[in-house]
Design a protein around this ligand. Structure first.
Ligand SMILES: NC(=O)CC[C@H](N)C(=O)O
Length: 238
């Protein structure tokens, strides 16, 4: 059986803070270890997002300036992106991407930047301050620890049916108050972690890869469980 996954890198030419593209490179590297072919394309301003065409979506972070531009265009893709998310499509949204999947983000200049509201969270602004630094969280379902680097003005509040990607062990997270970092809704994973997040957290990369494979090849679940292992020691040296 040959497996292949096609990735949409949403606004990859505008939203790619601290090399969020690296998440795709990491997924491809891991996929190669288990014989899975990965292709990707950037879907940006003025281009359709076809929810039937993709097996995974990466939506990276960005500056407020780029977010304002993307905020306008993404409304055209709102229905298809929402359908993809609702149909259990796997998504990884980082920082600015995380904010734009939610209801809105108030930029550092106080201007409201509309999201698509596919997820219910919303993001406020802090005055003359940013959350910057190393961060560590623990996923409450798996117990896994994830490490990353955060740099954001936004202060995010999760909504109903969203659970955090993890509980903050050190650092700031979504809002520096409720101990949450990121969000999980269906197969959509959101985080403020740059790094890129999947390079530093191979457990999460594995979870996303397996999720995408099982969704695309539901009849091969047992086979996917069989192939979806890699040598953690070898990967640690990556
Ligand atoms: N790193 C980012 O993607 C930043 C997102 C947003 N511009 C903020 O400052 O909160």
């Amino acid at each position: 059986m040959t497996y292949a996954l096609h990735i949409a890198h949403l606004y990859g030419n505008l939203m790619n803070t601290y090399g969020d593209l690296g998440n795709i490179l990491v997924l491809r590297y891991y996929a190669q270890q288990i014989g899975v072919d990965i292709t990707s394309e950037i879907i940006s301003i003025g281009q359709d997002f076809d929810d039937q065409k993709f097996d995974f979506v990466l939506f990276g972070g960005g500056q407020d300036f780029e977010q304002e531009i993307v905020s306008v265009d993404i409304q055209e893709k709102k229905a298809a992106l929402t359908a993809f998310i609702e149909n259990d499509g796997p998504v990884l949204a980082i920082c600015g991407g995380f904010q734009l999947l939610g209801q809105y983000y108030i930029g550092a200049n106080g201007k409201r930047i509309e999201g698509i509201g596919a997820l219910p969270h919303y993001t406020e602004s802090q005055v003359n301050s940013r959350f910057i630094g190393d961060i560590e969280i623990q996923n409450e379902e798996t117990g896994e620890i994830y490490k990353g680097f955060e740099n954001h003005n936004g202060v995010t509040w999760l909504g109903e049916n969203e659970r955090p990607l993890g509980k903050v062990l050190s650092g700031h997270g979504n809002n520096n108050q409720d101990g949450s970092e990121g969000a999980i809704y269906k197969n959509t994973f959101c985080s403020y972690f740059h790094g890129p997040v999947l390079a530093r957290n191979h457990n999460l990369a594995k979870r996303i890869l397996i999720t995408a494979l099982k969704r695309k090849y539901p009849d091969q679940a047992a086979d996917i469980d069989q192939i979806a292992h890699w040598d953690d020691d070898a990967i640690a040296g990556f």
